[in-house]
Write a new protein. Structure first.
Ligand SMILES: [Mg+2]
Length: 399
């Protein structure tokens, strides 16, 4: 049985700002007053990025505008984000986690997954270990975290959100019915607001309702998404904790958008172009990717990524793009996206073709067309010709 920890800093931006201000000699701990961290109101960043527990009591929420937060609390104190300090402290935390296991995956600037499956035998009691880590962080770094423990990443992350701050929670396979299923459907990871609304129309009010819903019926409403929705409601998730070690080289590209958006057409087009650029560089280096991920930063500066292990390693643009589309919904949800990217990892020199009933047959001709297009694109240092392969492929599918 796998043992996964999800460690999440409570009110990260606010706690970290408080810690750095105290270090600079600031008398007041801004965690104990109604305070928020917010971007520049003059630009488009005038939204609450983090709030103190005191500010929370006034009903102030993350991602709301400063204007509306100030209406809720006249005494509200506002501090700008200190991103370079956040990055520094996030790196220190990451290194600290590595002292417990080499298998650490950064999920966002203040969240990591730790896979303790291979090291848990070193510790008598896994719960005790979690409390030790939680308290050590408080002493060493001066801020609190929540630790969620589960048999997979999904359950660990869900457990970490049960109640905050400064808590350890478990959600093991045998606790799913009692701890996960009574929760409202909105609490399920990666289920956006509009999906939960739709689910409520089907009389699905709790995570348990979804877990026990008829799969065939759900498919009528949510198509391919229904599979992962039901699996998540049942606490099923087989994604691995992917640690960044030397041999796990990766290639990534990302782009900050001109405006925050959830427009599928715009985002898919960006992803398509990035798949092609990454495809070109893989093909140039004669490398194949086994894992692909979409990375995003939302309008309130939260970083997320979701990845997929491919059945066959590839450097084919169409295959990369097709797999990216598979994880589009899970990653984007209803978030307004500020920055979007694609990352490939688990790079290999060889392509190991496994036969699958589910994947389309790989077209050798695609590879040939692709290498011709690569040459032209390299020559003109442009990707003008790239979309042609998508259109030709689409047309071929229609025939
Ligand atoms: Mg956090």
């Amino acid at each position: 049985m796998n043992i996964i920890f999800h460690i999440d800093v409570n009110n990260a931006f606010l706690s970290w700002t408080a810690v750095s201000m105290l270090k600079e000699g600031y008398k007041e701990d801004i965690r104990n007053i109604p305070s928020v961290i917010a971007g520049d109101e003059a630009k488009r960043h005038g939204i609450v990025l983090a709030k103190s527990e005191v500010a929370k009591k006034y009903g102030i929420k993350t991602a709301e505008t400063l204007h509306s937060a100030r209406l809720k609390c006249k005494k509200l104190e506002v501090f700008p984000p200190r991103f370079s300090y956040y990055k520094e402290i996030s790196d220190k935390l990451y290194k600290y986690y590595l002292t417990y296991t080499p298998d650490v995956e950064r999920f966002s600037i203040d969240e990591c997954f730790l896979d303790l499956s291979n090291t848990s035998f070193l510790y008598d009691d896994i719960l005790e270990l979690a409390y030790k880590i939680k308290n050590e962080i408080k002493e060493k770094f001066g801020f609190t975290v929540n630790i969620g423990i589960g048999n997979n990443k999904l359950c660990a992350k869900m457990a970490g959100d049960f109640s905050k701050p400064d808590k350890v929670h478990t959600l093991f396979q045998n606790e799913i019915k009692t701890k996960l299923w009574p929760l409202p459907i909105e609490d399920l990871l990666f289920i956006g607001k509009s999906s939960s609304k739709e689910l409520r129309k089907l009389n699905i009010k709790t995570i348990g309702d979804l877990a026990n819903y008829d799969e065939v019926l759900l498919r009528k409403y949510f198509k391919n998404r229904s599979t992962f929705m039901i699996e998540y409601a049942r606490g099923i998730d087989d994604s691995k904790v992917i640690s960044k070690s030397g041999k796990n080289k990766s290639i990534s590209l990302s782009e900050t958008l001109e405006f925050d958006t959830n427009d599928r057409e715009i985002l898919e087009k960006k992803l398509m172009i990035m798949c092609e650029k990454i495809g070109v560089s893989l093909r140039r280096e004669k490398l194949y990717a086994k894992t692909i991920a979409i990375t995003v930063k939302t309008n309130y500066f939260k970083d997320y990524s979701h990845q997929k292990k491919l059945l066959n390693e590839t450097n084919n643009t169409m295959e990369l793009y097709k797999n990216v589309l598979d994880i589009y919904d899970i990653t984007i949800g209803n978030n307004l996206i500020r920055n979007i990217g694609v990352r490939v990892s688990d790079l290999t020199k060889y392509r190991n073709n496994q036969i699958s009933l589910f994947e389309e047959e790989h077209h050798e001709s695609d590879d040939k067309i692709q290498s011709i297009l690569d040459d032209i694109n390299v020559k003109y240092n442009d990707l003008k010709i790239m979309p042609a392969i998508f259109y030709s492929k689409k047309n071929k599918d229609k025939e």
